[in-house]
Every structure is written in structure tokens, then in C-alpha cells.
Design a protein around this ligand. Structure first.
Ligand code: FAD
Length: 502
């Protein structure tokens, strides 16, 4: 491929992907590698992407980012999970939290014990606690509470203002010596023989040369697609949503420590509570709804007064299997996009950056490392794809064509296998690249109404009195702990994360 030693890295695009990459490489690469970022103020970023998942904290730790400063500057709030309303059936709601449900037991995973309790309650006619009652983070979210101390650790992520986050990371990267060039990329020059990218031509007449290029130009994918023609694999046969409207609203209540995902006739609506406003949007399938139906649904379900005009964003769910081709790596939307459900996209930016750092081509691009990178990238995307499809497939809604089509669709074999295992025996086995743990699979599967026909019989081995204490003790410990937690907003204000005047 290319034996050029990488001494000059060029990042094209300065959205969340571009500035996350710039911030990371500015911290991690030796100063002998020059880094330049090219972006155009005339081309807006996608402007969404405001909910994250917990590993973002590891990324911040790696960079040495101060949590207080970051949260103040990005108007961030804490996120303990996502509430799914109307997904299983209209009027139903459950939370997929970042916490562990129940506790590890000598015999097996907790959900088998829960299923025993469910079966016993069914035969005796008694009521039983819900699965989510056994999860600390989930209960804290439900009661809008939050605490973040070493003594009472919680698994959490953030809601953040996307534009402010890119700006914050830009400040971080520039302080660490990254050069930013303003200009619109109008052409990509390649070596006629190898196809390697040599430089980017800008509308101001500049030519930005480099040894290696990161394509962070979003859905435009100027380098990886328009120049290098790395193919895109379309997953819309399983993921029907291909459009979204996004709008911001004023806050009318204290920020909740979770994202809301509310299912509608042909898609779902998000609400992301920040300190100063709420990020909203509606993701829908253009095969089942036209723009007007989607927009009317969003507008009539907003939690507050709009700040801006709703903006339409169209996308094709899928992946670019060769995110790395020649001397170019696509990070962010240029490398693929599944859809916003479960907030995985910023996470994927982070994992791509970390993986790239591990194989950084100091001595030139080696095909074996490129293949390894692309393989890992694909398994990560496939595992997330299946987890997202599962939310749509396992539903009990009969009130719209969209939800019936989701129920009836043939899912990928890998997911069909997982669903069969769970339905028949309550077993969950994770795949390579699965970022969602067994807790996530069980919280969502049970939340969506899939109750397995059988469970691990080892759960029946626990004597009745011990079983009662095991479950009862857990419920009272969690209830007791949650009662003592502060309200999320009070925690934000007390810790000077949120201005007390708001
Ligand atoms: P962009 O933000 O589009 O940035 C592209 C950059 O390239 C811009 O700086 C632009 O100026 C520059 N550029 C483009 N063309 C040129 C050119 N010719 N010359 C110079 N510069 C150029 N992710 C999550 O993790 N959580 C979420 O909750 C979430 N919600 C989402 C909701 C929707 C509806 C969508 C579509 C995505 C969502 N995502 C979410 C994904 C998330 O928004 C993106 O992963 C993230 O914002 C990264 O985008 P990006 O930087 O790749 O692209």
C-alpha cells in the first residue's frame, strides 16, 4: 500500500468526529507528527448527537478532561439510561439503564431468578416487582435522582450540547498545537497509480498536503466515498427509519437524568434534556410517513416552545465496511450510521480513534493492520445493528403498518439466533464487538415484552426462604439507597455544574 512514514496527519471536517479526533491525537501523538484540521464555517455540522453512553468517560479520562469544566461548557447533564415509551405497546414504558439488574449470584445471571419469581407469581396470582425495580441506576433515573461519589458509584453518561462540545474540544486541541485551516474542500488530489490521497484543494486556493487523511466530513464522505469509492452497505431492509426532523426547545422543567424515546406511528421521538434547553427530534421511515405527518407529530408532541425551525436530516442506515482504505480512515458519519436509537454514534467515533491509535501507521500503512482495523470495525457495527433491530422486531403494537412490518420482517441470522436462544431458554451470549452487555439485552428484551418460555433451572435450586430474602433484600437496599439520593438538578446546582439562576 503506502510505505510513507506518517509525519503529517490531516483531518477533514470539524464536527464532533473531527474535533474528537483532533483532541485525541493532539494529546496522544508525539509532537513529531504534525496535525492539521480543515473545516468550513460555511458548511454546518449535522448539529445533533447529544446523548452518549458511559464509555465516553473513559475517553475523557484518557484526554485528561476535567468533568466540571466540560459539563459547564457544554451545558451537560447526567444520563442514566433511556426511557422507552410506547415501544412494546401504546401506553407502556420501560427504562434501559446503564446499571446492572440484580446482583451476581452463585448460580447464574440474575434474570433467571427474576423469571422464576415471575413464574411463581403467575401460578399463585400474586403480583411481583418489575425487572427494573432490581436496578439501582434505573430506579434513580425513574425518580429523577443522581449522585456521583466514590462511595456510591453509578454507571452514567452525559447529555451534551453538540455544537458546544465541538467548540470545547477545538479549544482543547488547539491548545495542544493542532493547526486549523478554514476553507471549503473543493477537490481531493490522488496519486494516479496508488490512489492514495496527496492533498486537499480549498476554495481559497490553498492545497493542504498530508501523509494520512481522516475523513470526518459527515454524510458527504468527501474522501472515503467521493475520492476513494469505498462502498457503503445499506441496511435499510432491517432498519426502516431513514429520516429525521430535529428541533430545540426551551426547558420547562428540571432536566431529567435520562433520554426519552417515544414511539409513534412510523418512528420515534427523542428528548434530550440539557441544562439550558431540550434537544428534540423525530426519526421516521419515509416509506410509511411523508414529511408532513412526521413534522406534525413532532410539533404536537414537543415538551416546550421551539427555539429554532425544525431541520430535516436524511440518512441511509448502514456501514462502510472498509472505513479505512489506502491512506484514509473515515471516522464519524462518513464511516456509517445505524440510527440514533441507543446513542451509539459518538461512542463509535471514540472506539475508531482508540483503535487507530493502537495501529497508528508511523512506518507506513500495512495491509494486515488495515484489515484488522476494518474487521474489528465491522464486528462492532454488526453487533450494534442487531441490538437496534431487536428493539423494532420485538414489539406488540398492532396499531400501525410500520410496527406490524417491523414485527414481520426477517431479521439477520445472527439476531434470529439470539432471539431464539432467549425465547427458548433465557440465555444471552454476547458476540465479538458487542458493546451492550447481558444487562442491556435483558432489560430491553423483557421491556419489549419477550418473556422466555424457560430459564436456567439452577434458579429453582435456591430454597424458598433464601429466594424470598434474596429478592426482598435487594429491593429494600435499592429503595433505601434511592430515597437518600439528591434530585438530579439539585446535584447539578450544588456542584456548580449548573448555574443556580437557571
Ligand atoms: P458532521 O457533524 O456533519 O461534521 C462534518 C464536518 O465536515 C463539518 O465541520 C463540516 O463543516 C465539514 N465539511 C463537510 N464538507 C466540507 C467541505 N467540502 N469542506 C470543508 N469542510 C467540510 N450520535 C450519538 O452518539 N448520540 C445521539 O443522540 C445521536 N443522535 C443523532 C440523531 C440524528 C438524527 C443523526 C442524523 C445523528 C445522530 N447521532 C447521534 C450521530 C452524531 O450526530 C454524529 O455521529 C456526530 O455528530 C458526528 O458527526 P460528524 O462529525 O461525522 O459529521
Amino acid at each position: 500500500m503506502s510505505n510513507t512514514h506518517v509525519k503529517h496527519l490531516v483531518i477533514a471536517g470539524g464536527g464532533t468526529a473531527g474535533w474528537m479526533t483532533a483532541a485525541a491525537v493532539s494529546k496522544l501523538l508525539p509532537s513529531s507528527v504534525k496535525v492539521t484540521l480543515v473545516e468550513s464555517d460555511d458548511i454546518a455540522t449535522v448539529g445533533v448527537g447529544e446523548a452518549t453512553i458511559p464509555p465516553i468517560r473513559t475517553f475523557h479520562k484518557l484526554l485528561g478532561i476535567d468533568e466540571l469544566e466540560f459539563m459547564q461548557q457544554t451545558q451537560a447533564t447526567f444520563k442514566l439510561g433511556i426511557e422507552f415509551s410506547n415501544w412494546k405497546a401504546k401506553g407502556d414504558a420501560y427504562i434501559h439503564s446503564f446499571g446492572v439488574t440484580g446482583k451476581e449470584c452463585w448460580a447464574g445471571e440474575f434474570h433467571h431468578f427474576y423469571l422464576r419469581a415471575l413464574k411463581e407469581a403467575e401460578s399463585s396470582g400474586a403480583t411481583t416487582a418489575s425487572f427494573g425495580d432490581y436496578c439501582y441506576e434505573l430506579q434513580a433515573a425513574k425518580h429523577a435522582k443522581f449522585l456521583h461519589t466514590k462511595q456510591a458509584p453509578m454507571n452514567f453518561a452525559y447529555h451534551l450540547d453538540a455544537t458546544a462540545y465541538a467548540k470545547y474540544l477545538r479549544g482543547f486541541a488547539e491548545k495542544n498545537g493542532i493547526e486549523r485551516i478554514e476553507g471549503k474542500i473543493i477537490a481531493v488530489e490522488q496519486d494516479a497509480e496508488t490512489g492514495n490521497i496527496q492533498s486537499l484543494s480549498l476554495n481559497n486556493g490553498q492545497h493542504v498536503k498530508g501523509d494520512f487523511f481522516i475523513d470526518c466530513t459527515g454524510f458527504r464522505a468527501l474522501l472515503i466515498d467521493q475520492a476513494l469509492r469505498s462502498p457503503y452497505e445499506d441496511w435499510s431492509q432491517w432498519l426502516f427509519c431513514d429520516s429525521a426532523y430535529a428541533v430545540q426547545t426551551h426547558s420547562h422543567q428540571a432536566p431529567l437524568p435520562y433520554t426519552k424515546s417515544i414511539a409513534h406511528g412510523a418512528g420515534w421521538q427523542w428528548q434530550i434534556p440539557l441544562q439550558h434547553r431540550v434537544g428534540n427530534g423525530l426519526v421516521f421511515s419515509s416509506h410509511f410517513w411523508d414529511d408532513k405527518q412526521a413534522l406534525d407529530t413532532l410539533i404536537s408532541n414537543l415538551p416546550g416552545d421551539p427555539i429554532n425551525e425544525p431541520r430535516k436530516i436524511a440518512f441511509t442506515p448502514g456501514v462502510r465496511p472498509e472505513a479505512w482504505r489506502n491512506n484514509c480512515l473515515a471516522i464519524g458519519l462518513s464511516s456509517g450510521f445505524i440510527e440514533p436509537l441507543e446513542s451509539t454514534s459518538i461512542h463509535l467515533i471514540m472506539t475508531s480513534i482508540v483503535r487507530f491509535m493502537r495501529v497508528f501507521p508511523f512506518d507506513g500503512v500495512m495491509p494486515s493492520l488495515v484489515n484488522e482495523f476494518n474487521q474489528k470495525w465491522q464486528s462492532e457495527m454488526l453487533a450494534i445493528r442487531d441490538f437496534i433491530i431487536m428493539h423494532y422486531k420485538v414489539n406488540q403494537r398492532n396499531d400501525s403498518e410500520f410496527w406490524r412490518a417491523c414485527q414481520q420482517m426477517a431479521v439477520p441470522d445472527s439476531l434470529a439466533h439470539k432471539l431464539q436462544l432467549f425465547e427458548e431458554s433465557a440465555r444471552v451470549f454476547l458476540d465479538d464487538g458487542d458493546i451492550f452487555r447481558v444487562d442491556s439485552w435483558t432489560q430491553v428484551l423483557i421491556g419489549q415484552g419477550l418473556i422466555p418460555r424457560a430459564y436456567h433451572r439452577i434458579a429453582d435450586e435456591m430454597p424458598d426462604s433464601e429466594f424470598e430474602n434474596f429478592l426482598g433484600g435487594m429491593l429494600s437496599t435499592i429503595n433505601h439507597a434511592v430515597t437518600k439520593l439528591p434530585i438530579h438538578e439539585a446535584f447539578l446546582k450544588h456542584n456548580k455544574i449548573m448555574n443556580t439562576d437557571i
